[in-house]
Design a protein around this ligand. Structure first.
Ligand SMILES: CC(C)(COP(=O)(O)OP(=O)(O)OC[C@H]1O[C@@H](n2cnc3c(N)ncnc32)[C@H](O)[C@@H]1OP(=O)(O)O)[C@@H](O)C(=O)NCCC(=O)NCCS
Length: 373
């Protein structure tokens, strides 16, 4: 028991959706254009022609059917192949702050908490739009929250790592209420010209309000029974974008400055890591998989979730027991498990137990065991 409860969640979903057919049509048009541009080199055998992507492959290999993005036109333009977002002036709200405000307001409403009563704001996500000042401090001011804020990045595991950080601050008595926000603009780090990964990500933002149990007034609250985090170093998911790019004279637009992964290896190595983290975490709380009513897992690949859920629960779960949202949202990095938690708490009653679990680059994985109050 931590005496910390989750009392509200919020979700910002961008208005533009791209289904697999439209994404693949743009990719294949780009392939035709590149092959035409390199026709002579291909003819001379100096270069291999690029090959088409396929909607059938994407859905079968990942379970993804569609994704939401901040800007679709730039992604679907075969002469551009990346989103086109407006540059904001320093005195305008930043993009991530705008997404965060929307999700945070919904979470605060659900928690029946005034922004002014929040004493800690953590913006936790895979990619931050600037080095400083922290987006969390900008959000703190935009909301009218008190206390302090900071940004943190543990890639796809950012939300669960931030939940533990916030829960610890509440349990230690440093603050009474905290807000965790995950503004993920994954379309900006995705290489839409890479056949192996162009379909993987979408954009979204989630928010979570955490409170000391004694302060919480919301009718729906989830006690955090415990949190457990794990990391193991791996280069299988990597992005070399960073402030040293300029001084190392590396090309800032090179493809290694975007998301790169060895998907099959990640699948093979991360599934056992996550299943054993959850099992050990449950055992430490004197619980087992069969005690759980729901698993809100990170949303990267449907087959990964099926495998992990089967190992943890001991049987093949239904979509109610292990909800899938990646079919509509794709991988939204740290937001994924929180979107599942936000959208799928139906028929979850007092005393019911569930696990929120995220995993990804690092490798990293985080487990949060909750019980409805
Ligand atoms: C990315 C992922 C969906 C790929 O699925 P996979 O079954 O491993 O597919 P592979 O990359 O092994 O490719 C299988 C075949 O499909 C082909 N293929 C790859 N992308 C394709 C595409 N877009 N369209 C058509 N075919 C494609 C490959 O060329 C390969 O063909 P071959 O068998 O003739 O060599 C899957 O590995 C995955 O989701 N892994 C986990 C990733 C993850 O969780 N990452 C965390 C990110 S935060």
């Amino acid at each position: 028991m931590t005496n910390v409860v989750i009392t509200g969640t919020g979700l910002y979903t961008p208005e533009h959706a791209i289904d697999n057919a439209s994404l693949v049509a743009a990719f294949n048009a780009w392939v035709d254009q590149e092959n035409a541009r390199n026709a002579d080199a291909i003819e001379r055998g100096e270069r291999k022609p690029l090959t088409y992507s396929s909607s059938e492959f994407i859905e079968k290999a990942s379970g993804i059917k569609s994704r939401y993005v901040l800007n679709a036109d730039g992604i679907l333009d075969p002469t551009r192949m990346r989103p086109k977002l407006p540059q904001r002036a320093n005195d305008e709200p930043s993009l991530q702050c705008g997404m965060a405000l929307s999700a945070a307001r919904e979470a605060l409403d659900n928690a029946q908490v005034e922004a002014g009563d929040i004493e800690l704001v953590i913006v936790a996500c895979s990619n931050l739009e600037r080095a400083y000042p922290a987006v969390a401090v900008e959000l703190q001011q935009a909301l009218g929250a008190g206390g302090y804020g900071f940004d943190m990045n543990v890639a796809c595991s950012s939300a669960t790592f931030a939940i533990e950080t916030a829960a610890n601050a509440i349990a230690a008595g440093s603050v009474k209420r905290a807000l965790v926000v995950n503004p993920e603009i994954c379309s900006a780090h995705l290489n839409f010209t890479d056949r192996d990964s162009h379909f993987i990500f979408g954009d979204a933002c989630t928010a979570i309000v955490l409170e000391h149990a004694a302060c919480a007034t919301a009718s729906e609250a989830y006690e955090i029974l415990g949190t457990r985090l794990a990391t193991v170093y791996s280069n299988a998911i990597r992005n070399n974008a960073g402030f040293l790019n300029r001084v190392t004279d590396s090309d800032p637009l090179a493809m290694d400055k975007l998301f790169v992964q060895e998907g099959r290896r990640v699948f093979r190595e991360v599934c056992p890591m996550v299943a054993s983290l959850i099992a050990q975490h449950l055992a430490s709380l004197e619980l087992q998989g069969s005690d759980l009513k729901r698993l809100w897992l990170h949303q990267a690949n449907r087959h990964m979730n099926d495998l992990i859920a089967r190992k943890v629960l001991g049987y093949d779960p239904s979509e109610v027991q292990a909800p899938i949202i990646l079919d509509r949202y794709a991988n939204t990095s740290s937001a994924g498990s929180i979107i599942a938690f936000h959208l799928h708490r139906e028929s979850f009653e007092a005393g019911d137990l569930g696990v929120i679990c995220s995993f990804g680059a690092g490798y990293s994985a985080g487990s949060v065991v909750v019980r409805r109050r």
